[in-house]
Design a protein around this ligand. Structure first.
Ligand SMILES: C[S@@+](CC[C@H](N)C(=O)[O-])C[C@H]1O[C@@H](n2cnc3c(N)ncnc32)[C@H](O)[C@@H]1O
Length: 205
């Protein structure tokens, strides 16, 4: 597995319990997912959004590099209409053929926790390769209290968060949209409880 920080294995249980579902996130993403579409959720974690976002989709596949996250996701999606499947894999080398899905999505700043900007762009190009309609990427714009946001890690691991999540701008996604010949649309989605601000970038064909 390239580029995987095993800290996610260790915090999986706590992440599943502590990180809430954000209604504004669901509101911003759901309109894109037309009835009968297929969705790949890259870095799905415990997949807490699946039951809310993918009720009318034909296929939902969650991909994550962490085995414990995948186990938790399998336990969680009991009520999903689409037959959910979960695979272990890397965001930067998706194990799917071109155009396998309608949409790829990556939520809660999964893109930002990849180790560098080369890996992040690689992940976006992979999502655009496997999804016919485009990708929906929720990222961190600003974090006013970094110290609070790292609490989950500090409390659980007994040491500081081992990395700083990247922050994103619309300009970054406009540049990627130009490179890959897609359109970029933005919606400001939400502020989380720890003073982090997230937005949704939709890169659509
Ligand atoms: C911030 S969490 C987001 C989880 C979920 N998308 C959500 O909205 O709650 C990041 C997730 O990315 C996964 N991850 C980290 N590196 C990865 C990689 N290289 N490829 C795939 N998943 C990865 C972690 O295991 C973790 O589940």
């Amino acid at each position: 597995m390239d580029f995987f920080d095993s800290v996610w294995d260790r915090v999986a249980e706590d992440y599943a319990t502590d990180v809430p579902l954000y209604p504004l996130q669901v509101e911003a993403i759901k309109p894109f997912l037309e009835v009968g579409c297929s969705v790949l959720d890259v870095g799905c974690g415990p997949s807490k959004q699946a039951n809310h976002l993918c009720t009318d989709t034909r296929t939902y596949i969650g991909l994550d590099a962490s085995e414990p996250m995948i186990r938790l996701a399998r336990e969680r999606v009991g009520t999903l209409q689409a037959s959910p499947m979960f695979v272990r894999g890397s965001a930067t080398a998706l194990p799917f053929r071109d155009d396998s899905f309608s949409w790829a999505m990556s939520l809660n700043n999964t893109l930002g926790i990849l180790p560098n900007w080369i890996a992040r762009e690689h992940a976006v190009s992979e999502m655009l390769r496997v999804a016919r309609r485009g990708c929906l990427i929720e990222v961190l714009a600003a974090n006013r209290l970094e110290v609070v946001s790292s609490r989950l890690f500090r409390d659980r691991l007994g040491k500081p968060q081992p990395y700083r999540s990247a922050r994103f701008t619309e300009h970054y996604f406009r540049r990627l949209a130009k490179t890959y010949g897609v359109k970029a649309k933005f919606s400001y989605v939400r502020q989380s409880t720890n003073f982090s601000y997230y937005f949704l970038a939709a890169l659509t064909v």
